[in-house]
Ligand binder design. Structure first.
Ligand code: FES
Ligand code: MG
Length: 594
């Protein structure tokens, strides 16, 4: 249990400085009076009850989280029952599918806004309502920076989507339908109707995309109640855990249990291993590295390869598997996966978690209830499910999920029959997604089944926020011939609901001088998975000459800023491998002091 030596008393509550501060009677009265004007009582504010903020991420603009508007009523009940006072406040909306140019642009903006609220208002603790992709990392980054007692409440995934007896998974179905539309199998109206089948209820994406991955990571880190991450949004257990989260948020204040007690290096290592076993989103390394940096812990993509690559895939959930998150929850959810990993000698079981108990205590006896949905460690879906961190003469870091490389891909790209890990391909280069859409079907590009499609100008500077566009579809003509995927390489991201075998997040990106800016269509690349390398097959002198030409021409060009925030973010943002954080923000720690 939590170390009682740290317990605090009512007069040590942070909120007292605002609401019960005889040394500053004027400012205290000014703080109190406006809360009374909507019916709060003096006693609620001045009698030493913890004030608990509820960061409301749901709104009409963020439908994946919108049910938090209802759910927080149970959070407030729990806070009241435990002797606290709830204060709900809005977060900047982030909706993955709708926000243009991309939702990731707003992760750092929501983070900054939340930091200011948690720093500047009389809050003793906070409940962080999460769901849609970037809402979870934004909340956890802010919790790490401010370091007041904080607990995550996921809104939970949608129920399973179905059509004609088949599961229909969020996002994943869109990638499939796009190919069928391109091949002429379905028309636009059917495309839309079938896509809508994937969203049968309230909640976030029901695949193991970025939303399910990041909420599972919040639980794996120890920042949400055990077993809570993947309760489907409409289930009664979702409202129950909302109540318990409210209760726990008050207890945490008295225990003075802070994010810095939980977000340790060991906790992040646990998150990496769990992410691999889940077949988690390729966005997870970006966000987990960012949360770690705000917690003062250096975590990089070498850590992801070292700790995660060997971990087998245990969660049989789309896009890597066949089931959806409702079945994953019913089979035991995140605790069942962690039980398997712990049984195999992985995970740091001794770490402290949000309920005051260790991870090992939390997962005890929580075995898989369906061994097809959550596999036993000895019977995984894939042996090595984590990311490789590739390097070479074009970038310092790029991620690849090797478990999705198909036998067909190996046959088409193998360069040396004696080396099963070395592949050669000729590149066709696109500058951003508009260029790709405009030209992909142009026969003059000469794209064939041995082409590697390259997307550059899609990192956080080239495309504000970093575009999820690296998983490019082959030209229609090739799809009609049966070539449904080509390997892709890029300095942007790809959707967590896509299972494409792409080389992603190449850092540094072309827009800040990264080597992808030097590529030309027709170049040959060697992808050597044994050595962990991607190399452009030209000699060093030619590479140097290209670099000089690029510099002389003023560097790689990218579109102008459209808003003030785009300019601020692009000026300060770090590469994807460093979490796409704002560097100056990562030095702030423990800013909750008055
Ligand atoms: Fe919001 Fe997937 S679009 S969770
Ligand atoms: Mg996405």
């Amino acid at each position: 249990m939590t170390d009682n030596a740290r317990k605090i008393t009512p007069d040590q509550l942070r909120s007292r400085w605002w609401f019960d501060n005889p040394e500053h009677p004027g400012t205290t009265a000014l703080c109190i009076e406006r809360y009374l004007n909507y019916g709060m009582t003096m006693g609620e504010l001045t009698s030493g009850k913890p004030i608990i903020g509820i960061a409301q991420s749901g709104s009409d603009l963020t439908p994946c989280n919108r049910h938090h508007i209802e759910l927080v009523k149970r959070v407030k009940d729990g806070i009241r029952a435990a002797g606290g006072v709830p204060f709900e406040f809005p977060m900047h909306p982030i909706h993955e599918n709708v926000r243009r140019p991309t939702a990731a642009l707003d992760r750092n903006l929501a983070y900054l806004g939340l930091v200011e609220v948690l720093h500047g208002y009389p809050l003793d603790g906070v409940v962080l309502t999460t769901g849609c992709d970037k809402t979870t990392p934004a909340c956890l980054m802010a919790a790490a920076t401010v370091n007041i007692p904080a607990i995550v409440l996921s809104g939970g995934p949608m129920l399973n989507g179905w059509r004609e007896g088949e599961r229909v998974g969020s996002g994943t179905i869109i990638w499939e339908l796009r190919k069928r539309l391109a091949a002429g199998d379905i028309d636009y109206d059917e495309f839309l109707a079938r896509g809508a089948d994937s969203a049968p209820s309230i909640g976030h994406c029901n695949t193991m995309g970025t939303a399910s991955s990041m909420n599972s990571m919040a639980e794996a880190l120890g920042m949400s109640l055990p077993g809570s991450a993947m309760i489907p949004a409409p289930y009664k257990e979702r409202a129950m855990v909302a109540y318990q989260t409210g209760e726990r948020s008050v207890e945490m204040v008295w225990d003075d249990l802070r994010p810095s007690d939980i977000l340790t290096r060991e906790a992040f290592e646990n998150a990496i291993m769990v992410c691999s076993a889940l077949g988690g989103s390729s966005n997870a390394p970006v966000h987990i590295n960012a949360i770690a940096r705000h917690a003062g812990i250096e975590l990089d993509n070498d850590d992801w390869q070292r700790l995660g690559h060997e971990i087998p895939l245990l969660a049989n959930v789309m896009p890597a598997g066949v089931y959806l998150s409702e079945e994953f929850y019913c089979a035991g959810g995140v605790p069942a996966v962690m039980t398997e990993l712990m049984g195999a000698g992985h995970l740091h079981g001794e770490v402290m978690t949000i309920n005051g108990q260790t991870l090992a205590d939390n997962v005890k006896g929580r075995e898989t209830r369906d061994e097809d949905v959550i596999r036993r460690y000895a019977n995984p879906l894939v042996e090595h499910a984590g990311f490789l961190n590739l390097k070479g003469n074009l970038f310092d870091s790029a991620l690849m999920k090797t478990s999705v490389i198909s036998p067909d891909f190996r046959r088409r790209f193998l360069s040396d029959p004696d080396d099963p890990n070395a592949f050669d391909g000729k590149v066709v280069v696109f500058d951003g997604s508009e260029d790709y859409h405009a030209r992909i079907d142009d026969p003059a590009l000469g794209i064939d089944e041995r082409t590697i499609l390259v997307m550059r100008g899609a990192g956080p500077v080239g495309h504000p926020g970093g575009a999820e566009v690296v998983n490019m579809q082959p030209p229609e003509a090739l799809i009609k011939q049966g070539v449904e995927s080509l390997p892709c390489l890029g300095d942007g991201r790809q959707s967590g609901t896509s299972g494409s075998p792409s080389i992603l997040n190449a850092s540094p990106e072309a827009a800040i001088g990264g080597g992808l800016a030097l590529l030309e269509s027709g170049d040959w690349l060697r992808v050597d998975l044994g050595r962990g390398e991607v190399r452009l097959k030209i000699d060093d002198d030619e590479l140097k000459a290209r670099r000089e030409r690029l510099d002389t021409n003023g560097g790689y060009r990218y579109p102008a800023h459209q808003t003030p925030w785009q300019e601020i973010q692009r000026t300060l943002v770090e590469p994807l491998d460093r979490g796409m954080t704002l560097e100056l923000a990562t030095k702030y720690r423990d800013v909750a002091r008055r």
